[in-house]
Design a protein around this ligand. Structure first.
Ligand code: GLU
Length: 460
């Protein structure tokens, strides 16, 4: 059997990390098994769906490298297909028209609630052999209800939650078409999952309640349901369900804030799945390890500090040239065009950064002005040290521009003025880099432009 998985987001808000994890696992499972990954946009909620939200889904997945093999399919473009399947179901007697009005439904619900019963449709319009249905009211367009099986149980072996069994008596006859003939959500999902030959449905556990209903519709259509894996919720840092309403950021914002796609994939992979104690792994390693047997059962909690740490580890491990491409994008946003020094700059500074934005902050000192704080200037660039700075400037102007020559110039200056290394290095860093905290001075200066260094030393 070839694995076929799908990600089926509703574009009703900007996709956040909790949502995109529901894309990562089906994608990984398809990739790990040589299967097919399908993107399906569930855009039938016309009021809440937006193109902007679709764009963030597609952009976010592209950024994270969650490439799909088929789609994107849009449910709104498949209406004719749903209606054709509905017509077949009418013919086959799996659905029936129900004329119960809203007012009647409300009254029924209230009666049931006051009797401490679970509110549910009571089957008034369900045709049964020998049953006399109420007279069809004039001018009322019916909904179509699915004839849910009566008696017995619906069961499935959930890859995350284990065996789940629901009694059919618990499920009432679901509305699968509205009075205007448009199909409802659960029905469209089943038709799609059948047409797209989905073998594994991996999705958020907010859909567990839909699953028994969907399974019954599958069977009415003569198909066996796929394997289900319902992923536990992702909580935000306050322990609430992650949602746009409580401040979850759109996925693409993490790109803008300087996170690496591989670090995000690594971090998201661990939000609900594990491979022993492994915390840091590459995309390839993840795909090698991933299966549905090690999905976590309890809710995972987002932790931004940990995400930053994971990002820092990936930055450290990343090839400098590859990293510099991402840093160049961040620099471009500041109007800076980098040059071929950037990969070496990245190599020198990446250990002290946890995002590419922070790294671009360091790199900017090599391409544009620096503004040391008055405090650091006062602390380090003292009258006492200015003669040494001037000696260093002279030596740097006269020597070759490589690390060894720069190092010699620094050492000679220290000796000539009888001072210690930090007394010279700190003011030079403040003047040239705008801060006293930098990697080794000769390495930093070598990557700077000679004229820039001399000009900045003159500011002393
Ligand atoms: N569209 C649903 C959602 O965004 C997912 C449906 C599914 O995966 O079956 O929650």
């Amino acid at each position: 059997m070839t694995v076929r998985t799908r990600f089926a987001p509703s574009p009703t808000g900007f996709i956040h990390l909790g949502n995109i994890r529901s894309a990562l696992y089906p994608w990984a499972f398809a990739r790990a098994t040589g299967g097919t990954f399908i993107l399906r946009i569930e855009d039938t909620d016309l009021e809440r769906s937006s193109q902007a939200a679709v764009d963030v889904i597609i952009e976010g997945m592209k950024w994270l490298g969650l490439d799909h093999d088929e789609g994107p399919f849009y449910q709104m473009q498949r209406m004719d297909r749903y209606k054709a399947v509905l017509a077949d179901m009418v013919t086959d007697g799996h659905v029936y028209p129900c004329y119960m009005s809203m007012a009647e439904l409300d009254a029924l619900r209230e009666r049931q609630m006051s009797n401490k019963e679970k509110p549910r449709y009571d089957g008034t319009w369900r045709p049964e052999p020998g049953k006399v249905l109420p007279p069809v009211p004039e001018g009322v367009k019916p909904v179509l209800r699915f004839k849910n099986p009566q008696g017995g149980v619906v069961a499935w072996d959930d890859k995350v939650k284990g065996l789940i069994e629901i009694r059919n008596d618990e499920l009432d006859d679901l509305v699968i078409a509205r009075p205007d003939g448009t199909p409802t959500y659960n029905f469209c999902v089943v038709v799609d999952d059948i047409d797209m030959a989905i073998t594994h449905v991996i999705r958020g556990d907010d859909h567990v309640n839909n699953t028994p209903r969907q399974i019954n519709i599958f069977r009415a259509l003569g198909k066996e349901p796929p394997v289900y894996a319902h992923l536990p919720t992702v909580l935000n840092e306050l322990g609430e369900k992650m949602s746009k309403r409580n401040g979850a950021k759109p996925v693409t914002q993490y790109r803008d804030e300087g996170y690496l796609p591989d670090a995000m994939v690594n971090y998201l992979a661990r939000l609900g799945w594990s491979h022993g104690d492994d915390e840091i792994f590459s995309r390839a390693q993840f795909l090698e390890w991933f299966n549905l047997d090690h999905l976590g059962r309890s809710a995972a909690q987002f932790d931004e500090a940990k995400l930053r740490w994971v990002n820092a580890q990936h930055m450290k491990a990343m090839d400098d040239v590859a990293l510099s491409t991402l840093v160049a994008e961040q620099l471009a946003k500041r109007g800076i065009t980098a040059d071929d020094r950037l990969a070496r700059i990245c190599g020198l500074f990446k250990d002290r950064c946890d995002t590419t934005v922070a790294l671009a902050g360091w790199a900017a000192a090599f391409y544009g002005d620096v503004t040391p704080s008055a405090e650091e200037l006062a602390q380090h660039v003292t009258e006492l040290i200015k003669p040494a700075l001037s000696t260093l400037a002279q030596k740097l102007a006269a020597g070759a521009w490589d690390k060894a020559s720069i190092s010699t110039a620094i050492k000679e200056t220290i000796t000539a003025h009888g001072i210690k290394m930090p007394q010279l290095a700190m003011p030079v860093r403040v003047l040239v880099m705008g801060t006293a905290q930098t990697p080794s001075l000769d390495a930093v200066l070598e990557l700077q432009n000679q004229q820039t260094v001399l000009a900045r030393l003159q500011n002393a």
